[in-house]
Design a protein around this ligand. Structure first.
Ligand SMILES: Nc1nc2c(ncn2[C@@H]2O[C@H](COP(=O)(O)OP(=O)(O)OP(=O)(O)O)[C@@H](O)[C@H]2O)c(=O)[nH]1
Ligand SMILES: [Mg+2]
Length: 381
C-alpha cells in the first residue's frame, strides 16, 4: 500500500500548542465513514491531518483519514487511562501518596545504612559479579537486603547459588497449550526474527508435534518491501495457507473465516519505539473484535542492548503481552541483559529461537536452558 510520512504537526491551534500530538489513522470504505469513526471516538472537535484513497495489497481501495489528537486524549480514549475520579479514589490517592512518602523515607534510611557497611566484602563481590553480567542493582538489592546479617552473605559460593535460585523462581514459562485452538500474534522491533519464528512455529504445529494441527498464517506487515513474499515463501514450501491483510476489519473477517483452524499465526511489521503510525495500526489490529483470544508474543533478541530494554518494554507492553519469544540465542554468550529484562518485567517466556534454520532452530521455552546459558556466562566471570 501507499505509505505517507506522519510526524509532528506544525499547525497546532492555541489550545493544543505545546502538547504532544498523536496522529491516528481511521480506515473505511469511504472518507465519510472513516471520519465518522474518528468522530465517534473523539467527538467533532478534531483536526484532520490528511485524507486519501489507498490501494491495499488485497487490491481494494480504501480511505484513510488521519487525525491529530493530544496524546492524553488518545491514551484516554484508546486505553481508558484517565477515568473521572470519585471521592473515594481521591482519598485512596492521598493515602497512596503518604505510603509513597514513607517508602521514600525508609529507602533513604536503608541507603544510609548501606552506605556505611554495604553488604560486606563477600556479598559486595558477588553483587558486583552479577551486575557486571547485566543484572540490575535494583533487583539484586531487593534480594540481598533481607539477607543482611545472615551467614549466606559471608559465603560467596552459597550466595551465588542463592541468587541463581531466586532467578529461577522469578523466571516464568508459558507452557505450550496444545488442546485449545489459538491465535498467536508476534510483535517486536525490526529484524528480531518475527517472520522466521512464525515459519518455524508453523512447521512445528503442522508437522513436528504428535499430531498435525491445522495452521494458517496471516501477514499484517504492509510496510516492508518483500514482507508478503518472505512469509509466502515459507508457507508455500510447507503448503500452509497464508493471507496478507491490511485493515482491522479484514483481519476480523479472516479470523472468523478461519474458525476451524487450530492455530493462526499472525506476523506484524517490526517497529521502533518511535513508529507512531505502525504503533497505532498494530493497536487497531490487537483491538479487533474476534471470537477467540488473541495471544500477543513479544519477540526479543537475546542480543538486546541494555539501553534499549526499557524503551522496548514501554513500547510493547501496551499490547498486553502474553509471552516473550527470545530469538538469536546463538548470537551471544552474554545473557545478563536479557535475564535482567525477564527478572524486572516478569513476563512468561514461550519459545526460544536458536538459529536461522527453519524449522529446526526452535525450542519450547525452559528456565533450565536460559539458566544454563547464564550460569556459563557467570562462571566465565
Ligand atoms: N542467528 C540467528 N538469526 C536469526 C534468528 N532468527 C532470525 N534470524 C535472522 O534474522 C534476520 C531477520 O529475521 P526476520 O524473521 O526477517 O525478522 P523480522 O523480525 O520478521 O524482521 P522485520 O519484519 O523486518 O521486522 C534473518 O536473517 C533471519 O534469518 C536466530 O534465532 N538466530
Ligand atoms: Mg518480518
Amino acid at each position: 500500500m501507499d505509505a505517507e510520512g506522519f510526524g509532528a504537526d506544525p499547525s497546532l491551534d492555541d489550545e493544543n500548542k505545546g502538547k504532544m500530538m498523536i496522529n491516528e489513522t481511521f480506515v473505511a470504505s469511504n472518507p465519510k465513514n472513516a471520519y465518522e469513526q474518528a468522530v465517534e471516538k473523539y467527538g467533532t472537535d478534531i483536526r484532520i491531518v490528511s485524507a486519501k484513497q489507498v490501494k491495499y495489497s488485497d487490491d481494494e481501495l480504501r480511505s484513510e483519514v488521519v487525525i491529530a489528537v493530544p496524546k492524553e486524549l488518545f491514551m484516554e480514549r484508546s486505553f481508558g487511562t484517565q477515568v473521572p475520579k470519585s471521592e473515594l479514589e481521591n482519598e485512596e490517592e492521598a493515602l497512596l501518596g503518604e505510603i509513597g512518602e514513607l517508602k521514600t523515607q525508609l529507602e533513604a534510611m536503608r541507603d544510609g545504612l548501606l552506605e556505611k557497611g554495604r553488604f560486606g566484602d563477600v556479598a559486595d563481590d558477588v553483587k558486583k559479579l552479577f551486575m557486571k553480567k547485566g543484572i540490575s542493582e535494583r533487583w539484586l538489592d531487593t534480594i540481598l537486603i533481607p539477607l543482611i546479617g545472615t551467614p549466606v552473605m559471608e559465603d560467596a559460593q552459597l550466595l551465588v547459588s542463592y541468587l541463581l535460585e531466586e532467578i529461577d523462581e522469578t523466571l516464568k514459562v508459558k507452557e505450550e497449550e496444545l488442546d485449545t485452538s489459538k491465535i498467536m500474534m508476534l510483535v517486536g522491533p525490526t529484524g528480531v526474527g518475527k517472520t522466521t519464528t512464525i515459519a518455524k512455529l508453523a512447521a512445528r504445529y503442522a508437522y513436528l508435534l504428535e499430531r498435525p494441527y491445522k495452521v494458517a498464517l496471516i501477514n499484517l506487515d504492509s510496510y516492508k518491501v518483500g514482507a508478503i513474499e518472505q512469509l509466502a515463501h515459507y508457507a508455500d514450501i510447507m503448503q500452509i495457507e497464508h493471507y496478507s491483510i491490511a485493515s482491522a476489519d479484514a483481519f476480523g473477517k479472516k479470523i472468523e473465516e478461519l474458525g476451524s483452524h487450530d492455530i493462526i499465526l499472525v506476523d506484524t511489521a517490526g517497529m521502533s519505539p518511535y513508529d507512531t503510525q505502525k504503533f497505532v495500526k498494530t493497536i487497531e489490529f490487537v483491538n479487533t473484535k474476534i471470537p477467540k483470544k488473541l495471544e500477543v508474543a513479544l519477540v526479543l533478541a537475546a542480543t538486546v542492548k541494555y539501553e534499549d530494554m526499557e524503551d522496548i518494554y514501554e513500547n510493547f507492553s501496551f499490547l498486553n503481552l502474553d509471552s516473550v519469544i527470545i530469538s538469536k540465542f546463538d548470537e551471544t554468550k552474554h545473557f545478563g541483559t536479557l535475564m535482567n529484562f525477564m527478572l524486572l518485567y516478569e513476563l512468561p517466556m514461550s519459545y526460544f529461537s536458536t538459529g536461522q534454520e527453519v524449522p529446526d532452530d526452535l525450542l519450547a521455552a525452559s528456565k533450565e536452558y536460559l539458566l544454563e546459558q547464564f550460569i556459563g556466562d557467570v562462571h566465565d566471570g
